[in-house]
Design a protein around this ligand. Structure first.
Ligand SMILES: CC(C)(COP(=O)(O)OP(=O)(O)OC[C@H]1O[C@@H](n2cnc3c(N)ncnc32)[C@H](O)[C@@H]1OP(=O)(O)O)[C@@H](O)C(=O)NCCC(=O)NCCS
Length: 325
């Protein structure tokens, strides 16, 4: 059995509003609000890196769990915006936190589903051997994205979220996780340049291709609604629960209209769907663990609550998790 022993979340101080973006690209608050629901997002300071954000969230989660770094047995970091090309962010984090020489690895490239996928991996690892696993979702997208392409830049923000999973009967039991991938849809959301097929070179630097995200927004939208809602339905079937028993659904926060459509498909009232996209935008793998931490901190989750996490990301990946508080 796997329990969540501690929760952590962190966003940088710098606020970037829609009006701030309107000064840099051809956009306005009205368009961004109507199409996405986003009003502002947080951007890391110039001297912060992915590791700094991850460490803040991880330290809070360990403190919340009442554990020291020496008591962590494994580390998983989900990110698409790592500290370095190699090695992975988890290696840097292990050293920064002062953990023992435990296994540490990244789940990278799975976009915004990475953290919930990591919960699935961690749960399976705990079946082999009970241990305390630190799981972090972190993104510093503002550093790597193009600040000139209005179609993407207004959507994203920087953040980190973390949990510590352990075998002790803690505050929240991880009941089940479902996950899946449809690799036939890689083309609807992909940053191709920088890999071996399209290496980073002088040409991609000059054209800006190394920062260009290919995104078919409407197809991503449709897939996101379908996969996130179906994943929750699968979860309910596996755990023999009904949607009426779910106190809160925490979906990936890419777009308020996607979140509303998922709530509608699941037939769950809006007050039982967690929404913070207006304050932070899409923070990739950090979105779900940060929202989980924030929901707990602000009293939106109470003892006894059944909570469903659901996420989608480039791949096309999806994953959902049921947590009994
Ligand atoms: C991206 C998204 C907000 C666009 O909304 P949409 O209603 O589909 O809008 P469209 O793509 O039809 O674009 C409409 C117009 O707005 C323009 N536009 C795009 N970004 C703009 C911006 N920031 N400001 C003003 N206009 C913008 C487009 O150029 C287009 O103009 P045109 O009609 O003259 O060509 C929406 O499709 C979406 O959120 N999709 C999911 C994407 C996602 O979740 N990605 C991350 C996954 S983790």
């Amino acid at each position: 059995m796997a329990f969540i022993l501690g929760f952590g979340g962190y966003v940088p101080d710098r606020i970037m509003t829609n009006d701030d973006w309107a000064e840099l690209v051809d956009t306005d608050d009205e368009w961004i609000t109507a199409r996405t629901g986003i009003k502002e997002r947080r951007f890391a300071a110039d001297d912060q890196s992915t590791l700094d954000l991850a460490a803040h969230a991880a330290e809070k989660a360990m403190e919340d769990a009442g554990l020291t770094a020496a008591e962590i047995d494994e580390i998983i970091v989900a990110t698409d915006t790592p500290e370095a090309y190699t090695p992975d962010t988890a290696s840097f984090l292990q050293h920064r936190l002062g953990c023992r020489e435990v296994p540490a690895y990244d789940l990278g490239g799975s976009g915004c589903a990475g953290f919930v996928q990591a919960l699935d991996v961690a749960r399976a690892r705990m079946l082999l051997q009970p241990k305390r696993i630190l799981i972090v979702g972190v993104e510093l997208i503002s550093r790597l994205m193009s600040w000139k392409d209005r179609s993407f830049c207004v959507l994203f923000g920087d953040a980190a979220g973390a949990v510590v999973l352990g075998p002790e009967d803690g505050r929240a039991e991880l009941l089940d996780v479902v996950a899946g991938t449809d690799g036939s849809k890689t083309e609807i959301l992909t940053l191709k340049t920088g890999g071996t097929r399209y290496p980073f070179n002088a040409e991609s630097l000059a054209s800006g291709a190394y920062q260009h995200l290919d995104m078919d927004g409407r197809r991503v939208f449709r897939e996101a609604v379908h996969r996130m809602s179906t994943a929750v339905e699968d979860l309910l079937e596996n755990t023999q629960r009904t949607i009426d028993e779910v106190a809160l659904v925490i979906p990936h926060q890419a777009n308020k209209r996607i979140i509303d459509a998922v709530g509608h498909k699941l037939a769950i009232p809006e007050e039982r769907v967690y929404i913070n996209v207006q304050d932070y935008g899409n923070t990739g793998s950090a979105t779900v663990p940060f929202a989980l931490w924030e929901a707990k901190e602000t009293g939106r989750i109470r003892p006894g609550d059944l909570v469903a996490l659901t996420a989608f990301g480039a791949g096309f990946h999806w994953a959902a998790a049921a947590i009994q508080f």
